[in-house]
Ligand binder design. Sequence first.
Ligand SMILES: [Zn+2]
Length: 108
Amino acid sequence: MPETWPEGVIARYLTAAGAALADPALAVDITVDAVPSLHPQTYEVQPGLLDMSGRITCSGCGTTAETCGGNEYYEASREDMTRYLADRSRPAAQSHAETCRAMPRPTA
Ligand SMILES: [Zn+2]
């Protein structure tokens, strides 16, 4: 069955519950946030610089966590930085997905 990924999701890891129920919506998503970087002294936006961070979000239990980054920013290639931060988020996503057995409350 085709399953569309939420906007901005770079990689998905099926959770243990998702595997047991054959439900691909139960997954840990990797995203990379990018917000305008502020100058450390003046707190004014530094043009062209972004603070970027990797994040995992579990649709089964609602856990969300920043896995890396925070003060990292790009100067030349946003794509390279996104790939780097996503790769660094993979171990956390993998280990959470392997152990997460949470099931979402039925909405119907
Ligand atoms: Zn979870």
